[in-house]
Design a protein around this ligand. Structure first.
Ligand code: SAM
Length: 204
């Protein structure tokens, strides 16, 4: 933890617009820049607590869409009926655990973040492991043509990960949204248009 944070512009804006956390503006910026969402889509949000991305996705996909959030921490905000929450550890959850809600997703998001220690190599390695886990779930659950967005600390293994994503998706780019705190080493990798040959989703 970095301790007390001033109530900045994004914090006040989130409150005013009815979002539970300022991090919604990171997703909003990525969406504005690359157009991640469409009405009717099914979205999986890994590491979703306290729920601002769930709130954003619920609006973006609308009532005909579906949003499923997973986190070890329980969500305390009220969510619309097309948003489901599963309290679980991403290392323990299996794709089959999600099947009763949806067998496949159009977008997989990961804002998963480890509890930070302040030791850069440790934090970066934990963040990398969470990113890899999210990508592995996306391998199983994302439809061909689907999109993956994941938070990662820039550290060892980063360049190799970008290369790996480029093999699996049509377009890959790194985005550091303006709402990211300036001292943070986090960046979001957006991988769009999952290639068919890399899809393990077999359901039609
Ligand atoms: C930065 S927060 C997500 C914020 C969220 N996107 C929002 O806008 O409200 C990161 C989340 O990752 C979750 N997390 C970290 N490791 C996890 C794991 N192994 N399984 C499930 N959730 C995890 C944490 O509990 C935390 O709530």
């Amino acid at each position: 933890m970095t301790g007390w944070q001033p109530q900045d512009h994004y914090f006040r804006r989130a409150k005013k617009e009815g979002f539970i956390a300022r991090s919604v503006f990171k997703l909003e910026e990525v969406d504005r820049r690359v157009r991640l969402f469409k009405p009717g889509q099914r979205v999986l949000d890994l590491g979703c607590h306290p729920g601002s991305w769930l709130q954003y996705c619920a609006r973006a996909v609308g009532k005909r869409g579906l949003v499923v959030g997973v986190d070890t921490r329980k969500i305390s905000i009220e969510l619309p009926p097309h948003v489901h929450f599963i309290q679980a550890d991403v290392f323990e959850i299996l794709p089959a655990d999600l099947y009763q809600i949806s067998e496949e997703f159009d977008v997989v998001l990961s804002d998963l973040a480890p509890s930070t220690t302040g030791v850069r190599s440790v934090d970066s390695s934990r963040s990398f492991t969470l990113f890899q886990r999210a990508l592995s779930l996306a391998d199983d659950l994302l439809v061909p043509g689907g999109h993956f967005l994941g938070k990662i600390f820039q550290g060892s293994g980063f360049d190799e990960m970008v290369k790996e994503l480029k093999g699996r998706f049509g377009k890959v780019r790194g985005i550091k949204p303006r709402a990211t705190r300036s001292q943070s080493k986090e960046i979001y990798l957006v991988a769009m248009d999952k290639k068919k040959e890399n899809s393990r989703v077999t359901k039609n």
